[in-house]
Ligand binder design. Sequence first.
Ligand code: DOR
Ligand code: ZN
Length: 345
Amino acid sequence: MQITLTRPDDWHLHLRDGDMLKGILPETTRDFGRAIIMPNLVPPVVTGEDAQKYRARIMAQLPEGSDFRPLMTLYLTEGTDPEDVALAAKSGLITAVKLYPAGATTNSDSGVKDIENVMPVLEKMAEIGLPLCVHGEVTDPSVDIFDREAVFIERVLAPLRTRLPDLKIIMEHVTTKDGVDYVSSSDNTAATLTTHHLIINRNHLLVGGIKPHYYCLPIAKRESHRLALVKAATSGNAKFFLGTDSAPHTDPAKESACGCAGVFSATNTMSCLAHVFENASALDKLEAFTSISGPAFYGLPPNASKITLTKQETPVAYPAKIETGDGPVTVFDPDFPLFWRVDQV
Ligand code: DOR
Ligand code: ZN
């Protein structure tokens, strides 16, 4: 069995910097044409100038012959200047702005505490058609970690949606049926879905011993939510597209008494997704999810080149870890053998 797809894009990716960037970048450029690059470095990518410099560092590490294009984002802070954002968008340097609620996840301390304080930026973005990528979780300590996405929709996203109907919003890494239902019924709103949230539920994380390499934010939810995500991804609904949220941390940082959040799935994502879509009898919807619906929402053309996926008799051998100058990074283990091989056409 073999299928040919328009080269996919990753609409949510963490590339980090320095030795880590160098070590993990080829894992994405192998299969993907473009990726939305998350700005949560330390310090974060806040201004147009920051984004320009970060883009140059990424370009300098591209493997020989790669035509991969990093699509840059700015990290929204309460001090962000709307004019700087508009200028960076106009020059084509940035593709979106990322909203992290302060304290929600890795390197989000400089994020937004009160959405009122960023309204001038959001109004400018609505005016110029620049999309907002949202980490959709509240940080209120009284809200249970498994409820933080649903509560965010009610308290933050729905009011913002009503207030700025022209703002393009991407609810990143949706993990709940609540998120799927909200996005399905809201205009000008799309969602990315990660590879790992289509495959694991919270039992994978917690049953039979705690599995730090399955720990990410938003945290994996119960099985009924995972099934809602698979249904959305495989439906062909153009509001839902791939954003892996592949987020490398070294093994010591993950395998710790206070382990970092993040699943690294860049290496085997396309094989994992082919498995998920085949199981859902929806291989014909895979290309929309990985290669067509994302660019359509962002107003970009699909990639010109192609990849093929071939189902082998024997499992594809992926490395368990990627060695980087910062240390080893464990590759996402889907907990089933992968038979779909990726080839560049
Ligand atoms: O699990 C996560 N890891 N979720 C995020 O939102 C951030 C990411 C990271 O940067 O490691
Ligand atoms: Zn992320």
